[in-house]
Ligand binder design. Structure first.
Ligand code: UD1
Length: 365
């Protein structure tokens, strides 16, 4: 059995790493499972891609489609053309996609049209916000997926309501958390730690890249001003995504407490998060990691496809109105932020469950 594993953008790499580990473990037990790792090239900067491969011990991809940059459609089309060419030369039995990025949707379409089965890891989650490209990617991917691997029972319920039969849904846990738990003891101080003489609980980490937050210049400026004004003089460390970095440079945003740095490696970023007073973000994956590490997380979004990070974890959605920052910060500094718990099956074994399931369904189908 040969599986194509698709990884294209930063949040894919930590999700795929644990599946690769589990495949290697199955191979060492002489199971009949092979894989080909395909990097679509959606993210191409060294610190958005290559560094993750090195730190997480992900093998060199078998193919890189070089499909980064461009508009949503240009990027999606380039990935589809590249993957189709590859499949025309050498087919696989199954295409496994993770998450909700353009690479996820593009490759699942190509695979299904060439009659490969598709497995989707992190299936069934929904923000219900069709202005987010990720939501479109989730909907399209799940409409043509054969095997659905879910992080929560709620995601399975969403799939069932959309007509997916129960025998194709597998609640396995969270492969992003597999990677977090595996590498937690190896987190590393980033250079900024000593440069700023940072101390545990005495700084905040911030990440922002969603169009709703960064594409309107004036709004972004007000958001950042509010954060600086309300963070009680603590440094705000902001590893900026390339799209945000470009906008910040253009706006000339500058303050002595705001430290805009390049995107960090996985081990360095999570070291900063694990020791921070709180994280302010509009990412989805980071809300899962802060939940597991028990770090308060303030999410600048109106919705989330990961409600368990709010109902069980340490995350609060405060929306994108800058006026919501002050009360959230007051709650944080009052020391009454919720403690949170960890969702069931987020235990470091999701990758193993996925691979065991694939071996059983594909070999005995
Ligand atoms: C993508 C994902 C998003 C994820 C984010 C994390 C989609 C629809 N979105 O958004 O879910 O949270 O990654 O990082 O797939 N760029 C660079 N260097 C890079 C990568 C991108 O300069 O290494 C530039 C691109 O050329 C583009 C912009 O950043 O101008 C956005 O990149 P893109 O891949 O389109 O989406 P992201 O915003 O990164």
């Amino acid at each position: 059995m040969k599986i194509d594993l698709i990884a294209g953008a930063r949040p894919n790499f930590m999700k795929i790493a644990s599946i690769i580990d589990a495949i290697h473990a199955a191979q060492s037990k002489k199971k009949n499972i092979e894989y080909r790792l395909i990097h679509t090239g959606q993210h191409y900067d060294k610190n958005m891609s290559e560094n993750f491969f090195t730190q997480l011990g992900i093998p060199h991809p078998h193919a890189n489609l070089g499909a980064g940059g461009g508009s949503q459609s240009e990027q999606t089309a380039a990935i589809m053309i590249g993957y189709e060419k590859l499949l025309m030369t050498e087919k696989a039995d199954l295409c496994l996609v993770v998450g909700d990025v353009n690479s996820t949707m593009a490759c699942s379409i190509v695979a299904q049209k060439l009659h490969l089965s598709v497995a989707h890891v992190e299936a069934g989650i929904r923000s219900r916000d069709w202005t987010m490209p990720e939501e479109i990617n989730r909907l399209v991917t799940d409409a043509i997926t054969n095997f659905f691997f879910t992080t929560t029972p709620e995601a399975g319920e969403i799939l069932k309501k959309s007509g997916v039969t129960e025998d194709r849904i597998f609640w396995v846990g969270n492969t992003m958390i597999d990677t977090l738990l595996k590498h937690r003891s190896k987190f590393q101080k980033p250079p900024i730690w000593d440069e700023l003489n940072l101390h545990k609980n005495e700084y905040l980490v911030m990440t922002l890249h969603r169009p709703a937050n960064v594409d309107e210049d004036e709004k972004l400026k007000v958001l950042i001003d509010e954060l600086i004004y309300n963070c009680q003089g603590l440094p705000l460390i902001f590893p900026a995504h390339p799209r945000t970095a470009k906008i910040l440079t253009k706006l000339g945003i500058d303050h002595e407490n705001l430290h805009i740095i390049e995107p960090l490696g996985y081990l360095e970023f999570n070291y900063l998060v694990e020791n921070a007073r709180a994280v302010v973000t509009d990412s989805g994956g980071i809300t899962e990691e802060t939940t597991v590490m028990g770090i308060p997380c303030i999410t600048l979004r109106n919705n989330t496809e990961r409600p368990e990070t709010v109902t069980i974890g340490t995350n609060e959605l405060i929306g994108t109105d800058p006026a919501a920052i002050k009360p959230a910060m007051e709650l944080l500094f009052s020391g009454n932020w919720k403690k949170g718990g960890i969702p069931e099956l987020w235990d470091g074994k999701a990758g193993q469950r996925i691979v065991n399931t694939l071996i059983s369904i594909l070999n005995f189908k």
